[in-house]
Write a new protein. Structure first.
Length: 90
């Protein structure tokens, strides 16, 4: 558990402050949803300070990402989003 927290902390340090606020807001909203969460890849990239990294590289080990048929969409399980949201809030 403590190792996961350190990984998350290092990840958050790679983000700019406005991006952290946007990410927290998006995760909070997503964790309230009753449905599975759908996030456009382009939107995800805009909220991150990508430094030429992909969204997957930023979130490696944080949440499980499932591709839909449309390669421009990624699907996140609600439980994964809630798990990350709880870590961000803590």
């Amino acid at each position: 558990m403590q190792t996961d927290d350190l990984v998350l902390q290092k990840f958050l340090e790679t983000l700019r402050k406005p991006a952290i606020r946007m990410l927290k807001k998006a995760i909070d909203e997503a964790s309230q949803s009753e449905e599975r969460v759908y996030v456009k890849k382009a939107t995800a990239c805009r909220i991150l300070d990508c430094d030429n990294k992909t969204f997957n590289e930023h979130f490696a080990g944080q949440i499980d990402v499932y591709y839909l048929g449309d390669s421009k969409m990624k699907r996140y399980l609600r439980s994964d989003v809630e798990r990350l949201a709880n870590k961000v809030k803590a």
